[in-house]
Design a protein around this ligand. Structure first.
Ligand SMILES: [Zn+2]
Length: 429
């Protein structure tokens, strides 16, 4: 129905043969889209495409549409009315992400910061290697494969190097005219970004190359499973998540547990489908997969019984399962990494004015990551669409599952934070 080779050739700007291999993330979509297009009038298709384009950036719509935009936006808890310039900054960050990231990074991410994060990742990996022998759900063959995968894992920290080279940055934006027409700017920048990306079509995969969709100015981090790379944007390597002057317990509890969260995905129900260089190769044995499912059941039941907003709404334990397990893994791996740092002779200090030990500070940092103010309406949206649990749950439940937390804070046995029954996929030292 759809001539895919012709379609891709047009997109890429060079010939894509029907026999060429391409990775398609949404296979079902492409299998069915031909029939949908054939059965839909051109008018509806055109409206759909225009609507999708507008929907991507509601801030650009002209005045008569503002009522629609604001009604929708208010329901979602968004605010387009900001007059303090933050909306303007936000839009510049989105449109000119590499140029702004370069300026931001020069000011806010120094060589010593990079060294600190590299050290942290090294200890997270080491902590995982030491934790591995005690992972009862993995059999020996799977453990060996996991060890190989962690050895091949790369990380991209902050931003791509080339953006600090003015000539390269100019070349990247060479074909873009920035005018006073924001809509035209958006289209032109999108096109340039696309062209900069498709020029790599047909070339071998370079696992060190940053992806075109990444915006380093965002407070984001993720595990690029199909390359086995941890990606950490300079936007998240900032306060409150990270500060060079932080006590190490906070460093490991805060940015350390965020990095550990994406790290453990490499070894969970998603990560087992990709090998050390990101190829689609399943390295779990059947026995390991079955043992994982059994352990996962505990989290499924536990989170299904959690309510938020005074019992009014419930977490969907099945929908959020993978992320819940990763949250629990994160606190364990980050804690183990912190203990490892200390055992290797690493120094630390506590915070003046707070009567907390280093271990207590670690857990405080962990949970502070998830502080947020959320409206009731937005909470409903989160529970419906976010495959992460709400922040309040992410900050608390993994600590209920942590024996170390209960020991550290001397929680009474059987109390809320020291329950008799715990779920434990990832073992603590
Ligand atoms: Zn995650």
């Amino acid at each position: 129905q759809l001539d895919m080779a012709k379609y891709f050739s047009f997109l890429v700007g060079q010939e894509v043969k029907p026999t060429d291999k391409v990775v398609i993330y949404a296979k079902n979509y492409f299998e069915k889209i031909g029939a949908v297009i054939a059965a839909t009038s051109k008018e509806v298709l055109q409206n759909y495409i225009v609507m999708q384009t507008i929907r991507n950036d509601l801030r650009m719509v002209p005045a008569p549409l503002h009522v629609v935009r604001d009604t929708f936006g208010n329901g979602m808890g968004w605010d387009y009315s900001s007059r303090d310039g933050s909306a303007c900054i936000q839009r510049t960050l989105e449109r000119l992400k590499f140029a702004t990231a370069a300026m931001f990074a020069q000011d806010r991410f120094m060589a010593k910061d990079r060294a600190e994060i590299e050290d942290l990742i090294k200890n997270i990996k080491k902590s995982f290697e030491i934790t591995l022998p005690n992972m009862e759900w993995m059999d020996d063959a799977t453990k060996a494969a996991a060890l190989e995968k962690v050895g091949l894992m790369l990380s991209q920290i902050g931003y791509p190097d080339w953006i600090t080279d003015v000539d390269k940055l100019d070349a990247y934006y060479a074909n873009v005219d920035i005018t006073l027409n924001e809509f035209a700017n958006t289209i032109n920048l999108g096109r340039a970004a696309f062209q900069n990306n498709v020029k790599y079509y047909g070339l071998p995969v370079d696992r060190n190359r940053w992806r075109a969709v990444d915006n380093p100015t965002l407070a984001g981090a993720y595990n690029e499973e199909n390359q086995n790379v941890l990606v950490l944007f300079v936007g998240i390597l900032q306060e409150p998540f990270y500060g060079y002057h932080y006590p190490k317990a906070l460093l490991y509890g805060m940015i350390g547990s965020l990095i550990s969260q994406i790290f453990v995905h490499g070894f969970d129900e998603i990560g087992h489908k990709y090998n050390g260089i990101g190829q689609s190769v399943d390295w779990w044995t059947q026995a390991t997969a079955a043992a994982y499912d059994e352990k996962a059941q505990c989290y499924l039941d536990q989170y299904n019984n959690i309510t938020v907003r005074g019992g009014k709404t419930q977490v969907n334990g099945e929908f959020t399962l993978g992320e819940n397990i990763a949250d629990n893994g994160a606190v364990v791996i980050a804690y183990n990494a912190y203990r490892l740092y200390r055992e290797m002779g690493g120094k630390d200090e506590t915070l003046p004015g707070l009567d907390l030990s280093s271990n207590q500070l670690f857990f405080l940092g962990y949970t502070q990551n998830w502080c947020a103010r959320v409206t009731d309406d937005f909470m409903k949206v989160i529970l419906m669409y976010d495959y992460h649990s709400p922040n309040v749950v992410r900050g608390e439940v993994p600590l209920m599952n942590s024996k170390r937390f209960a020991q550290t804070f001397k929680c009474r046995k059987g109390s809320r934070m020291n329950p008799e029954e715990r779920c434990q996929m990832w073992p603590t030292f």
